[in-house]
Design a binder for this molecule. Structure first.
Ligand code: PMP
Length: 420
C-alpha cells in the first residue's frame, strides 16, 4: 500500500479523473499532499508535515479544524443514529438560529451543497416570477450546475456561452452576464431584457476570483435596478454568510436581498446548503408549492448538529471578530514589502495578487501574475504554510489563527517574497 503523498497520488490517478474529486485539489504541484488529520489551524500530511491552513476546507471551518465543542456534540449525536428520512428536532433549532440572523428570515430549505442551494434559488426565482432569464456577473462562482457555468459571450449580445463542455448553448443563453462593479453593464442588460429577468445572482464579495470587494454604490445600485424591474436579487452568501457578520453580507453592507443562499459555515464542515427567503416566496417550494426540491440527505442529522453547535460556539466566543482580526494583522504585516503586489481583504477573506493595479473585477484579477502566485504558493508549502493553490480562490483565517501563527506566517511570506 502506498504511503507517501506522491505514491498515493499515483494510485489516485488510476481511479479518479486527474487523481482528485474536485479540480482545484490537483492544482497543488508537483502532486497534492494527502492529509492524515487536522486540528486547530493545522493540517498534517501523510508524511507527517505540519502546515498552517489558510484554505480551511475552502471556507466552512471558521472555528478551525476539529473544534472540541462541536466534536463532542457530533460524537453524542452519532450514538443516536445518523440518517432518519424523517424530521428531527435539530433542524428546527438550527433553522431558527439561521433565520434569526439572515434577512428576510421567513423560511429556510436545507440542501447538501452550495451548488444545490443556488440551483434551487434560481428555480425558485423563476417559478415565483414566471420569467426565464438569470443575470450573473463575470468572475462570480455559484457552483457546478448548468445555469451558472456560463461566461460572457461576444460583446454584441449579453447572452452567455457555456464555459464547460456539456452545457448546451440553448441553456447558457438563458443566463446573461454582466460585469461586477459596473452598473452600466447591468443597466444595459435590464434595458433590453428587464421584463423577462427572474433574478440577478451575485457574490456580494467575490471569493472566487481571489477576493474582490463591491464598490461603494454597486450593491445599492443592484438592489435598485432589480426592484425597479420586479426581478429578484439573490445574494449568494455561501462564503460570506456567517463570515462577514452573523447576518452575512446583507448586514455588513446594509442591503436586503430577496433570496439568500448559504452553505459552508452553517454545516460546520459537513455537506450543506440552504435557501432563505420570506415565507411568501419560500412557500413556492414543494410540498407547499410547485417549485420542486427534494433530497435524501437534506437536513442531514449530523450536519444539523455540526452547524447548530458551530453557530452556538461563534455566538459565545466572538469568532468572527477573532478571525477577521487575524487577517487584518497579517494584511498589515505584509504592506509594502519588496515586490509589487496588491492585497484585497474583507474581514477574514483575503488574497494576494502580484500586480501593482487595483483588482475590482474579474478582468483585473485575470491580469495579475498567476505564474508568480503559483510559485509563491508552492514555496509557502515548503515553509509550512498552505494557501489556496489557485489565484482565484480565497485565503481564510479562523478562530484558531492566533497572533503567533500570524507572525510566523508573515515571516515565511516575506522570506518567500525575498526569494522571488
Ligand atoms: N457559491 C459560492 C459563492 C461558492 O463559493 C461556492 C463554492 N466555493 C458555491 C456556491 C458552491 O458550493 P459547493 O461547492 O458546496 O457546491
Amino acid at each position: 500500500m502506498a504511503e507517501s503523498s506522491r505514491e498515493l497520488f499515483e494510485e489516485a490517478k488510476k481511479i479518479f479523473p486527474g487523481g482528485v474529486n474536485s479540480p482545484v485539489r490537483a492544482a497543488v504541484k508537483p502532486y497534492p499532499f494527502f492529509v492524515k488529520y487536522a486540528k486547530g489551524a493545522y493540517v498534517y500530511t501523510e508524511e507527517g508535515n505540519r502546515l498552517i491552513d489558510y484554505v480551511l476546507g475552502y471556507g466552512p471551518l471558521i472555528l478551525g479544524h476539529a473544534n472540541d465543542y462541536v466534536l463532542n456534540k457530533i460524537k453524542e449525536g452519532l450514538n443516536n443514529g445518523w440518517l432518519f428520512g424523517a424530521p428531527n428536532k435539530n433542524e428546527i433549532n438550527l433553522g431558527k438560529k439561521i433565520i434569526s440572523y439572515v434577512k428576510p428570515g421567513g423560511k429556510i430549505r436545507y440542501v447538501n451543497s452550495g451548488t444545490e442551494a443556488t440551483m434551487t434559488a434560481i428555480r425558485l426565482a423563476r417559478g415565483y416570477t414566471n420569467r426565464k432569464y438569470l443575470v450573473k456577473f463575470d468572475g462570480c462562482y455559484h457552483g457546478s450546475h448548468d445555469s451558472v457555468l456560463v461566461q460572457a459571450g461576444s460583446a454584441a449580445t449579453e447572452f452567455g456561452v457555456p464555459n464547460t463542455l456539456g452545457v448546451p448553448n440553448d441553456v447558457a443563453k438563458l443566463t446573461l452576464v454582466a460585469k461586477y462593479n459596473d452598473l452600466n453593464s447591468l443597466e444595459n442588460i435590464f434595458r433590453n431584457y428587464g421584463d423577462e429577468i427572474a433574478a440577478v445572482i451575485v457574490e456580494p464579495v467575490i471569493g472566487n476570483m481571489g477576493v474582490i470587494k463591491p464598490n461603494k454604490d454597486f450593491l445599492q445600485g443592484l438592489r435598485k435596478i432589480t426592484k425597479d424591474y420586479g426581478s429578484l436579487l439573490i445574494f449568494d452568501e455561501v462564503i460570506t454568510g456567517f463570515r462577514l457578520s452573523m447576518g452575512g453580507a446583507q448586514k455588513y453592507f446594509n442591503i436586503d436581498a430577496d433570496i439568500v443562499t448559504l452553505g459552508k459555515i452553517i454545516g460546520g464542515g459537513f455537506p450543506v446548503g440552504a435557501v432563505v427567503s420570506k415565507s411568501e416566496i419560500m412557500d413556492y417550494i414543494t410540498p407547499e408549492g410547485k417549485v420542486f426540491n427534494a433530497g435524501t440527505f437534506n437536513a442531514h442529522p449530523i450536519t444539523m448538529i455540526a452547524g447548530l453547535y458551530t453557530l452556538e460556539f461563534m455566538e459565545k466566543n466572538n469568532v468572527i471578530d477573532k478571525a477577521s482580526n487575524s487577517a487584518k494583522i497579517l494584511n498589515e504585516l505584509l504592506l509594502d514589502y519588496g515586490i509589487e503586489y496588491t492585497i484585497n481583504r474583507v474581514e477574514s477573506m483575503m488574497q494576494i495578487f502580484f500586480t501593482d493595479k487595483e483588482i475590482n473585477n474579474a478582468d483585473d484579477a485575470r491580469m495579475a501574475n498567476k505564474e508568480l502566485y503559483t510559485k509563491f504558493h508552492e514555496s509557502l508549502i515548503n515553509k509550512g504554510v498552505f494557501i489556496p493553490p489557485s489565484q482565484f480562490e480565497t485565503m481564510f483565517t479562523s478562530y484558531e489563527h492566533n497572533e503567533d501563527i500570524i507572525n510566523y506566517t508573515a515571516e515565511k511570506i516575506k522570506e518567500v517574497i525575498k526569494g522571488m
